[in-house]
Every structure is written in structure tokens, then in C-alpha cells.
Design a protein around this ligand. Structure first.
Ligand code: TXA
Ligand code: MG
Length: 315
């Protein structure tokens, strides 16, 4: 049988070197992170960044996150401030992205930041990607490895399904543990959450005061666009049941095992639910259900990030 996943590789010395060689040539590579899988390319290379936008069919005005091994590496590109150091010390490496002012002499391609004078930076906590970053003398622009406005991939097969043979190397590291994208926090002026994530507002608030964005305020992160994270079939929220052609995404132990029921967490653990969300969307789509109904998910802690993604998926 033909292996449809011939672009997926296990991580070892050989595939590490192959990934590095490709990234140095300006090619893109699919890499695992603790949140979701990313489509990585040299953030200092115009060619590499162009490939990322083209492959994803991503609007040029939606900037990319730049990934570094540690703050020392980011120092040449970004202006730090006391709030950054506070959160960095507490959460990095980890599932949090900081928007900061870009240095004038930064080598980051203007296309990475959609020509803004700010830049989003992240320090991923994943052994594979960290060992690659260690061997590079440039940071990685790395959006989630899915076509624009779709669902982020949480394993190597998802990435291959999105881009087929258009990418040559995807490093397989099993399922991304967290399963939804990093929290994005702007540290320019008063700190604001631009995209909720597993590190919640309550947790961040212990270290610095977060400004809650009002609904009417201007979109400052394009990931905040209304239509996003779409599984490609209708999604209906706050439902109690589903007809047999539709799937019901459930949460908690009160739901029975039915062929069209998909439980995000039987033990009502919101982190577990977040980690199962995209995986479940993809599964339901592959099973060819026509619609996705979703029960009400508590809007606290990781539930805030889940509801954020669900609302956009339903839009
Ligand atoms: O967990 C993650 O963050 C994953 C993994 C691969 O690291 N990456 C990811 O990237 O989710 P992406 O491109 O799918 O989402 C990046 C988000 C978008 O909402 C984008 O608009 C926002 O970060 N962003 C990037 N640069 C920004 C900037 N300068 N100002 C405001 N928002 C920015
Ligand atoms: Mg994305």
C-alpha cells in the first residue's frame, strides 16, 4: 500500500539535520509544539516567509508569531519591558505569546509582522522544536500549520492532510499536549489579552493587571477576526441534543455514549476539553457528519479559550 504520509518523519539525528538544512535553505518545515503544530520558516528570510503565507493562503495583513529559544535570542529584534520579564520568568518556555515593539534594526522580515512596528514572540516548550532552534542562528516564523481560517493541527497527520505533498518534511511528535493555540498578550501600553489560551486571564492577573478588552474595541489581533477556526461545516452552540446526521460535542459525565456523541472530557476537566477540541472537530468531519452541535461549556479558566474558539467556529 502506498504510504500517503511519506512527508512525516520521526525525530532523530538524521531528521533533525534534514530539518535544519531545509530551514537554512529557506524552505518550510512542519514542527510540533506543545500547543499546536506549526509551519516553520526563517523569520529573517523573505523567501521563507512568502512560502508560509502562500501555503496557508493567509491574508498578508495577518502577522506571524516569531519563535525563539530564549529571551537572549529575541533581544536583538524586540524591545523588552518590565511586564515582559515578569511573565517570561513565570511562564516561559510555554504556551504564551507576547506582542512587543520591534527594534528598528531588527532583521525580522517586514512581511512577518504585516509591516507593523510590533512583533509577536513566543518561546515554545517542546523538546523537538527547541533542539532545532538551538542549532539555528535565526528565529522561526511559525503560524499554526493549517490553511487560513481553518482548525489548527494537533498531530503530524493533520498537517499532512492540510498541505498534502506541498510540504516535504513534517516532524512527528505525537499529539500536541495542550491542543489549542497560545495565549496572546499585548504588552504595549496596558497589558491586554488578544487571544485567550490555556494560561488564563486569572493566572496572568496574579503577576500583572490585565486590561479587559471591551467588545466594541478595535480589532488589534487579526486572530480576533470573527470567522476563524472553522471546521468547514455548520457549528451550533449551547445545544442539548443532535439529530442523527449531526454530531453532538458534549462535556461532563451526564452524557451517554452514543455513536454521534463526542465527549471533550467525561470528568469535566476544561484543560482536557481544550486539548480534545480540534481533534474532535477533525474526527467529526472525517466521519462526514453534516453539522456540529455543541453543549454549553462553562465559561471559566480554560473554558474561556474553548468558548472563544467555538464562537469563531460558529460564525
Ligand atoms: O500556539 C501558537 O501560538 C501556535 C504555535 C505554532 O506556536 N501559533 C499560532 O500562530 O497560533 P498563528 O499565526 O496561527 O496565530 C498568531 C496570532 C494571530 O492571531 C495573529 O493575528 C497574532 O497572533 N499576531 C501576530 N503578530 C501580531 C502583532 N504584531 N500584533 C497583534 N497580534 C499579532
Ligand atoms: Mg492559526
Amino acid at each position: 500500500m502506498k504510504n500517503i504520509y511519506s512527508n512525516i518523519f520521526t525525530f532523530n539525528k538524521k531528521t533533525l539535520n534534514k530539518s535544519i538544512a531545509n530551514l537554512k535553505k529557506g524552505n518550510v518545515v512542519g514542527l510540533p509544539t506543545e500547543t499546536v503544530y506549526g509551519l516553520a520558516g526563517n523569520a529573517y528570510s523573505k523567501v521563507a516567509v512568502q512560502k508560509i503565507y502562500n501555503l496557508k493562503k493567509r491574508p498578508k495583513k495577518n502577522p506571524l508569531i516569531v519563535h525563539y529559544l530564549n529571551y537572549k535570542d529575541a533581544h536583538q529584534d524586540v524591545i523588552f519591558n518590565p511586564n515582559f520579564y515578569k511573565l517570561y520568568k513565570k511562564f516561559c518556555p510555554g504556551p504564551i505569546t507576547f506582542v512587543l515593539k520591534k527594534k528598528d534594526r531588527s532583521k525580522i522580515q517586514p512581511s512577518v509582522t504585516a509591516r507593523l512596528n510590533t512583533v509577536a514572540i513566543r518561546f515554545p516548550n517542546h523538546k523537538t522544536t527547541r533542539s532545532i532552534l538551538k542549532k539555528l542562528n535565526f528565529p522561526l516564523a511559525m503560524p499554526s500549520a493549517n490553511l487560513s481560517s481553518g482548525i489548527s493541527p494537533v498531530n503530524a497527520m493533520d498537517v499532512s492532510d492540510e498541505f498534502k505533498k506541498k510540504i516535504k518534511i513534517i516532524i512527528n511528535s505525537g499529539k500536541s499536549k495542550i491542543g489549542i493555540e497560545s495565549t496572546v498578550v499585548s504588552l504595549i501600553g496596558k497589558p491586554k489579552i488578544l487571544r485567550p489560551g490555556i494560561i488564563g486571564i486569572k493566572t496572568i492577573n496574579k503577576f500583572l493587571k490585565i486590561n479587559i478588552i471591551r467588545k466594541s474595541s478595535k480589532i488589534s489581533s487579526p486572530g480576533m477576526l470573527k470567522k476563524h477556526y472553522s471546521p468547514g461545516i455548520p457549528v451550533l452552540l449551547n445545544q442539548k441534543r443532535a439529530d442523527k446526521n449531526s454530531a453532538l460535542i458534549t462535556f461532563g459525565k451526564k452524557y451517554k455514549n452514543k455513536i454521534n456523541y463526542f465527549n471533550l472530557s467525561k470528568k469535566s476537566d476544561l484543560k482536557e476539553a481544550a486539548s480534545n477540541l480540534y481533534k474532535t472537530f477533525r474526527k467529526i468531519k472525517k466521519l462526514r457528519f453534516k453539522k456540529i452541535y455543541v453543549v454549553k461549556i462553562p465559561n471559566v479558566d480554560a473554558g474561556i479559550a474553548i468558548n472563544d474558539r467555538l464562537k469563531r467556529a460558529a460564525n
